[in-house]
Design a binder for this molecule. Structure first.
Ligand SMILES: NC(=O)c1ccc[n+]([C@@H]2O[C@H](COP(=O)([O-])OP(=O)(O)OC[C@H]3O[C@@H](n4cnc5c(N)ncnc54)[C@H](O)[C@@H]3O)[C@@H](O)[C@H]2O)c1
Length: 255
């Protein structure tokens, strides 16, 4: 499904990262990958995981989105190694821990700005800065969560950031559509990752999800990865600006 396609995935932290599930699914479909990591702490982990892929990544590069020069450098590396990319996966987010533990009304200005910058603005920055290396039918995929629409206690400012991210998906789809570039989000059900464990009460969210979702279980990273592979492929060529739920059906429930 993805044979001959080059896809950049930002960022993998460890084997539980959704970005890693996406990398494995895309690798299985024949894609050639560029893998991103945030900092030296996670670099070795990504290099180790890369050994498990069928094809060695074209590049493994640092991308802390709070440093614009790292995004520029990523574009230069992509241009030098593969010329253009057919896909960009934005699977990264951050909010200071205390913003995910206290009441939302207590959110400090600095924490609000940090969460919105890293979790939402970074998609805009990556889409703009990497535009020169997008192929004529490139697909951009980001990761969101239902806490953007409904109140999930403790998800707080991250829910607000995801609402901004989802709106950005639609505005970017409008801007980039004329050049053939598609932009979509996957709204994934809860998965036990480092980022998710920062949300106070996350294990309760997992329990309730498994009880209430139509499929009576939580979603697997593999299932999110497979949907990302579909969205990066030509099989989804008519889809842009959408939020696709991969959540074992949880979002359809009223009670
Ligand atoms: N795990 C879930 O339950 C769940 C559900 C829906 C959506 N998501 C979203 O999936 C995405 C990936 O998260 P995950 O759950 O795999 O957790 P994760 O902790 O494995 O991944 C988060 C990634 O964000 C990166 N990151 C943080 N700050 C950054 C910065 N300044 N610059 C660049 N990268 C930075 C981290 O290095 C890490 O690689 C996030 O957008 C998250 O909100 C997660």
């Amino acid at each position: 499904m993805l044979k001959g396609k080059h896809i950049a995935i930002f960022n993998i932290a460890n084997k539980r990262s959704i970005a890693w599930s996406i990398a494995k699914a895309m690798d299985a479909q024949g894609a050639e990958l560029i893998l991103g990591y945030q900092n030296e702490r996670t670099k070795a982990s990504v290099e180790g995981l890369a050994q498990e892929l069928h094809r060695a990544p074209a590049a493994i590069l640092p991308c802390d989105v709070t440093f614009p020069e790292q995004i520029e450098k990523a574009r230069e590396t992509i241009a030098a190694k593969v010329g253009t990319i057919d896909g960009l996966v934005h699977s990264l987010a951050f909010a200071p821990r205390e913003a995910l533990q206290n009441d939302y009304v207590m959110t400090e200005r600095e924490h609000f700005l940090t969460a919105l910058e890293i979790s939402a603005y970074s998609l805009v920055a990556l889409a703009r800065e990497l535009k020169p290396v997008f192929s004529a039918s490139a697909s951009i995929i980001t990761l969101t969560y239902y806490g953007s629409e409904k109140v999930m206690p403790s998800y707080n400012v991250m829910g607000v950031a995801k609402a901004a991210l989802e709106a950005s998906v639609r505005y970017l789809a409008h801007d980039l559509g004329p050049s053939g570039v598609r932009v979509n989000a996957i709204s994934a059900g809860p998965i036990n990752t480092v980022a998710a464990r920062g949300v106070s009460g996350f294990l309760d969210i997992l329990d309730v999800h498994a009880q209430r979702a139509p499929l009576r279980r939580t979603v697997e990273g593999r299932e999110v990865g497979d949907t990302a592979a579909f969205l990066a492929s030509d099989l989804s060529s008519g889809i842009t600006g959408e939020i696709i739920y991969v959540d074992t059906g949880y979002n359809i429930m009223g009670f």
